[in-house]
Design a protein around this ligand. Structure first.
Ligand SMILES: [Zn+2]
Length: 493
């Protein structure tokens, strides 16, 4: 595949990626609700869309990546009823809701920085966009796709379904069937129809977070913030809208409906051209999530402090573990899988370091272009990082063959080979050497030992020079290699 193809959840097939206004690309990804620590289930969309962001930029697109911070607080029990999660936590901890939101936003940034996820271009907060949400609700009401009852405003799914396909994204197009799956008991709700959802909710005095609106004091519903902020920052039609598969329904379905209802009578735009969904992280076959209480936070992974963890796993081990599977497959947590990922990550880093110490040969015995083509093919095929990583392992095998001189590359090919390897490993997949500072201090210390070894050899003290070499290898996993120009060192595998 010479061009990028992405699996579009709306059409349920892979489509060639063609932005609406090239070379610009608008990408909106649903961000975290900030009332708890980020866990492995949060790392997956963050890493997936970070790789897409990096790859689109690598391909030369000018990308505006918008990821929201949900700080209004979703309500428990699917949006409409129950208590605001952030307000509940604020009450329990006796602080302002905004302190909760700020505290967990900072912590989310800290763990995502450690996973080397680039910060989005814009990170809008829901509480900073209440007027935009109110304006959108007013338009939806004026267009006849919503109704007001007792200070709350609900989206009228049946009115919408007469003009548009509601449920197209999630495949739940039969509203009556939707009802069968609803847990709501008749007569309990003020809504006209159980599949209607809240755009605005009247706030009682017990609600800490509330704002003025044309319908009285209240707060926005769960879904409207993403429609309002996506339209504000990316226009009426953005290129990519991403998120976890669990957001398809009702969240993304509602977003599509709200945006179309607001822009009515324009033809259905579905808010974004390509809808991308990453699959879930599972633990013992069950979705890892806050609501199920079976999650492991990223900090717990980094410190190893969780009963299910045999030990700590570094941020790059977690990133590599996520990259080793395609984003549309489920990713099952286990200590064995993480330890295998750690080994694989080290092997790849070792190969990249070794590649930079290789010397060119007069002729080449294999083509670098073929490797390059396969790496691009992998990512062009719906961002298949699993295949891309497998190709990089093949490149690592070639690095060792070059080091052993069973394969050869001339100067131009070798430079090309090393550049391709570095580009995909560091720039596109976003992996990085961990403990760079420790590494540079180790490098300085090993260089002193190399100098002492040279001095010993000059004095024909071969016992000392051999001891330095052997002890470095056996006790510090540092391998010295004598080349005609100098002595270099690498990590033992
Ligand atoms: Zn969203």
């Amino acid at each position: 595949m010479n061009e990028l193809h992405l699996y579009n959840s709306l059409s349920r097939k892979k489509e060639r990626f063609e932005p609406v206004h090239p070379p610009f690309v608008g990408m909106y990804v649903c961000g975290p609700t900030v009332y708890g620590d980020g866990h492995l289930g949060h790392a997956r969309p963050a890493v997936t869309f970070d790789v897409l962001f990096r790859y689109l930029k690598h391909l030369g697109y000018k990308v505006r990546y918008v990821r929201n911070v949900t700080d209004v607080g979703h309500l428990e029990n699917d949006a409409d009823e129950g208590e605001d999660k952030i307000a509940k936590k604020a009450r329990l901890e006796q602080v302002e809701p905004m302190e909760i939101a700020q505290f967990y936003t900072d912590r989310y940034h800290a763990v995502m920085d450690r996973l080397n996820c680039l910060r989005p271009s814009i990170e809008p907060r829901a509480t900073g966009h209440i007027p935009e949400q109110i304006e959108m609700i007013k338009t939806i009401l004026a267009n006849g796709f919503a109704y007001e009852i007792n200070g709350s405003v609900y989206f009228d799914v049946r009115a919408y379904a007469q003009n548009y396909r509601y449920g197209e994204l999630s495949g739940r197009e039969n509203i009556e069937e939707l009802l069968a799956g609803s847990r709501e008991l008749e007569g309990q709700s003020e809504k006209k129809h159980p599949s209607d959802f809240a755009l605005w909710k009247k706030a009682g005095p017990e609600h800490i977070m509330q704002w003025d609106s044309p319908w009285g004091r209240g707060f926005p519903g769960w879904h409207i913030e993403c429609s309002a902020m996506s339209v504000k920052y990316l226009g009426e039609w953005c290129d990519i809208h991403g998120g976890g598969m669990d957001l398809k329904f009702p969240h993304h379905e509602a977003e599509i409906a709200q945006t179309n209802a607001c822009l009515h009578p324009k033809p259905a735009l579905n808010e974004a051209k390509y809808w991308l969904h990453n699959n879930m992280v599972t633990i013992n076959g069950q979705k890892m999530g806050k609501s199920l209480g079976n999650f492991i936070t990223l900090d717990e992974f980094f410190t190893g402090k969780h009963p299910l963890l045999e030990r700590a796993y570094s941020p790059m081990t977690i990133r590599f573990f996520i990259l080793q599977s395609h984003y549309r497959s489920t990713l099952d947590f286990s200590n064995e899988a993480l330890q295998a990922a750690e080994k694989g990550f080290r092997r790849l880093m070792h190969a990249v370091a070794l590649a930079q110490s290789l010397r060119p040969a007069p002729v080449s015995t294999f083509g670098v272009q073929d490797l390059k083509r396969r790496l691009y093919h992998a990512l062009n095929d719906d961002l298949n990082t699993a295949v891309c990583v497998a190709e990089l392992f093949e490149a690592a095998r070639l690095v060792h063959a070059l080091d052993q001189k069973t394969e050869k590359l001339n100067e131009e090919d070798l430079n090309d080979f090393v550049a391709v390897l570095r580009t995909f490993v560091f720039d596109v997949l976003g992996l990085q050497n961990e403990n760079a500072e420790d590494k540079s201090r180790l490098d300085a210390a090993v260089k002193i030992l190399i100098d002492l070894r040279h001095a010993a050899r000059k004095n024909k003290d071969f016992a000392t020079s051999d001891a330095i070499r052997d002890r470095l290898k056996n006790e510090a996993r540092v391998v010295l290699r004598d080349t005609p120009e100098a002595t270099v060192w690498t990590d033992a595998e």
